[in-house]
Design a protein around this ligand. Structure first.
Ligand SMILES: NC(=O)c1ccc[n+]([C@@H]2O[C@H](COP(=O)([O-])OP(=O)(O)OC[C@H]3O[C@@H](n4cnc5c(N)ncnc54)[C@H](O)[C@@H]3O)[C@@H](O)[C@H]2O)c1
Ligand SMILES: O=c1ccn([C@@H]2O[C@H](COP(=O)(O)OP(=O)(O)O[C@H]3O[C@H](CO)[C@@H](O)[C@H](O)[C@H]3O)[C@@H](O)[C@H]2O)c(=O)[nH]1
Length: 474
């Protein structure tokens, strides 16, 4: 509440962060206390948020949105009006890696953040708290403040409040966050008041001891560092998966034994074909660029190696498939199970599947792809972009299947790229009957029971497990 009326919250950017975050805030507060407008330039996205079919798949999200929409949660493209109306404005726009110019390939592209700042400056005529929700390089809040001050007609307080939700578990992560980080200017009264306003908003459901106030720069940097540490753990376990395959150790046993040490902990030690998602690579590259711009080249190289291992893991996995298939995949049907970057999301951004499929297509394999949540159009877009070929050119090599069984029918190999639960419990004995001989299974997520599959007759390879002698190594 602000005095006698509800706190008015706007969020610029109705994407994977803006949509779920605002839906959770709405569900945890009453219409008398908080009113929310989620704003986006994309008419299509806003129309989808206002429809029965939300623009993204996230477990539990539909129920939340349906429960609050029209009550205290509103989706709109009227950005100027929304800004004027709001007391507090989250900026949750995309911050991709720059594609050209200085820092291309590593620095963050802040075009959308700056545009949002200019939209706020142009529309605002009463004081606003502007909350940087997007993941940004350290000191972006300073630039935001400078733009708002130079172009605006009122006063602004800038806060950094990075988001730590993971896709697939976004609702749970937002409802029960490990911590909420708020960076603000704690040296001034207005700065402290702004931090308190945002703290009160979260305190509707987050225990106060989990809400952490820091200075703005620590908050901005912590987000990049958290992602870099998480990705580093995945690359660490993936590097050891290669050693396991050649030495007789089992990666899952090693991960369990290592993770039981309380100082190390069990999370993020699941080996895989490589991490994906819109954040890890982008944020590490951003950190690398930041280090380089401060002349910390050795630190930059250290973090760059996390990405190098990830790229190598994807290549290594493809090479295993190719060698296993007697060094030729030409015209062989290969069933691709899973295209999303992880289970429980339809998001394919930076998915390892794009690279593995791209590599197999270069070998002239015929891919039959099945994913339970990724829209067909998205798969075509990703593959045409990755292969630099038209959809018509690719259509000879790529088909999309309606089920895992359909994808596997008459194939030489099954390749698991996403750890969807349904791939653990597939009737593999039945699937095996419909496949060419020898029938191969390459498990890029180490989710299948290799012994059981071998007994059925499959020639199996699971990332991080000793390699079956029937799989050629080169
Ligand atoms: N995806 C995640 O899981 C996740 C988690 C934590 C943090 N982040 C960070 O949050 C930010 C947003 O990520 P996302 O995945 O939600 O991106 P997204 O691409 O899904 O959504 C961004 C939205 O912002 C809109 N937009 C861009 N500029 C705009 C403007 N000027 N006015 C109005 N709308 C505008 C776009 O149309 C788009 O719908 C990024 O900085 C990302 O690194 C993402
Ligand atoms: O043990 C593991 C854990 C993850 N992954 C892979 O790593 C990638 C990223 O997974 P995850 O972190 O669960 O999903 P994201 O949605 O990318 O979330 C990360 O990136 C977000 C955006 O910044 C942050 O907010 C989250 O805290 C951070 O976990 C995926 O491809 C996973 O399959 C593994 O291979 N092994």
């Amino acid at each position: 509440m602000l005095g006698s009326r509800p706190l008015r919250v706007a969020c610029i950017g109705a994407g994977y962060v803006g949509g779920p975050t605002m839906a959770v805030i709405a569900s945890k507060t009453s219409p008398d206390a908080v009113q929310i407008q989620v704003l986006d330039i994309s008419e299509e996205r806003i129309a989808a948020w206002n429809s029965d079919r939300l623009p993204l798949y996230e477990p539990g999200l539909t129920e939340l949105v349906f429960g609050s929409r029209g009550r205290n949660l509103h989706f709109s493209t009227a950005i100027e009006d929304g800004i004027k109306w709001a007391d507090l404005i989250f900026v949750a726009v995309n911050t991709p890696t720059k594609e050209c110019g200085i820092g291309a390939g590593s620095a963050a592209d802040l075009t959308y953040v700056e545009l949002a700042a200019r939209q706020i400056a142009a529309a605002a005529d009463t004081p606003k708290i502007v909350v940087e929700k997007s993941t940004v390089p350290i000191r972006t809040a300073e630039a935001l403040g400078a733009i708002l001050e130079a172009c605006g007609r009122t006063s602004f307080e800038i806060l950094s409040n990075p988001e730590f939700l993971a896709e697939g578990t976004a609702v749970r992560d937002l409802c029960e966050p490990d911590r909420v980080l708020i960076g603000g200017n704690l040296e001034t009264d207005s700065g402290r008041r702004a931090v308190e306003t945002l703290t009160e908003l979260y305190a509707h459901w987050v225990p106060r001891e989990r809400i952490l106030a820091t200075n703005v720069w620590s908050s901005e940097l912590s987000k990049l560092v958290a992602n870099a540490f998480l990705a580093q753990r995945v690359s660490s376990i993936n590097s050891i998966s290669a050693l396991c395959e050649l030495s007789g150790a089992e990666i899952d046993e090693v991960a369990r034994a290592v993770g039981l040490d309380a100082r190390i902990g069990p999370h993020f030690l699941k080996c895989s074909v490589g991490f994906g998602g819109s954040c890890f690579q982008k944020d590490i590259l951003n950190l690398v660029y930041l280090c380089e711009s401060f002349g910390l080249n050795t630190v930059a190289d250290y973090w760059r190696s996390v990405i190098a291992i990830n790229d190598w893991q994807k290549q290594r996995f493809t090479a295993r498939i190719l060698h296993g298939l007697y060094n030729t995949a030409t015209n062989k049907k290969i069933a691709i199970l899973g295209f999303a970057f992880k289970k429980d999301t339809g998001d394919t951004r930076e998915s390892a599947a794009i690279d593995v499929c791209g590599n197999l297509l270069q070998e002239c394999a015929k891919l039959s792809i099945y994913d339970p949540k990724v829209p067909a159009e998205q798969i075509w877009t990703d593959l045409t972009r990755r292969c630099r070929r038209t959809r018509d050119e690719l259509a000879h090599y790529v088909t999309l299947a309606e089920s895992a069984e359909e994808a596997a029918m008459n194939s030489h190999a099954i390749v698991i790229l996403t750890e969807w639960d349904e791939f653990r419990t597939l009737d593999y004995a039945k699937v095996y009957k419909g496949m060419c001989r020898p029938a191969f299974l390459f498990d890029g997520r180490s989710i299948c029971d290799m012994k059981a599959l071998s007994q059925i007759g499959f020639v199996c390879y699971a990332i991080g497990s000793p390699v079956d002698s029937r799989i050629r190594l080169r």
